[in-house]
Design a binder for this molecule. Structure first.
Ligand SMILES: Cc1cc2nc3c(=O)[nH]c(=O)nc-3n(C[C@H](O)[C@H](O)[C@H](O)COP(=O)(O)O)c2cc1C
Length: 199
């Protein structure tokens, strides 16, 4: 293996891995339309594995996930979710676990929702890394999904995540300019910003 001067093959490898990982983060986008190809079991396993690896407040792990591949149930989920556009081969329902969150001195529910969102982000990034794509969907009937999936009262469905092979090329959408949303040290505008100190 050819290495830049002064680096070991291991260091060069990890630098390449770092670059690839950062590129992965930059190139992600939601995928709303899928081919009919199913998600094979090895890939499914890898995706499900990374969700509970997410950060979780006080290590409560106050979450629960239901992976659905049965085509009829997937169709039902979609029928209850106006926010789900395409028909995916897989839907993961990410839930907040009220009972686990309530143990000991618990923070607000919002914190638990953040943990679920982080687990979903892991799933979405793993999907992107493996050539799949997905979309967090918050627009759905909680009552209908709860009944369909036989969720116990302690599990609150937070996001549905349709996942599948992208039917179209994955294209990151436009973002606000980084100078508009990122500052260093304090929230002072960049030197060439003429919009004033409150912006
Ligand atoms: C909490 C949350 C809920 C969302 N709910 C929906 C949804 O119900 N339907 C949908 O099509 N997209 C949904 N999205 C995806 C956003 O529309 C999408 O992330 C945004 O348009 C930016 O596109 P990008 O992720 O490809 O950059 C949701 C995203 C988040 C973070």
């Amino acid at each position: 293996m050819t290495c830049p001067a002064g680096t070991t093959p291991e260091a060069a490898g990890s630098a390449a891995a770092r670059t690839a990982f950062l590129e992965l983060l930059r190139t992600r986008a939601v995928v709303r339309r899928y081919t009919r190809e199913p998600v094979d079991d090895t890939l499914l396993d890898a995706l499900l594995d990374v969700m509970p690896a997410a950060p979780t407040a006080a290590n409560k792990q106050a979450w629960g996930f239901v992976a659905v591949q049965d085509p009829y149930t997937v169709r039902c989920l979609r029928a209850f979710a106006p926010g789900m556009i395409g028909l995916p081969p897989l839907v993961v329902t990410a839930c907040f676990d009220r009972d686990r969150a309530a143990r000991e001195d618990s923070g607000p529910t919002d914190i638990g929702l953040l943990c679920v969102a982080m687990a979903v982000q892991n799933l979405l990034l793993a999907a992107h890394a493996t050539g799949l794509g997905g979309c967090p969907v918050s627009s759905f009937s909680r009552t209908a999904v709860r009944r369909l999936l036989a969720l116990p009262p302690r599990l609150e469905p937070v996001l549905l995540v349709p996942v599948g092979h992208p039917a179209d090329p994955v294209r990151p959408s436009a973002r606000r300019h980084r100078d508009e949303v990122i500052r260093h040290g304090t929230w002072t505008p960049p030197a060439d910003d003429s919009t004033g100190p409150d912006r």
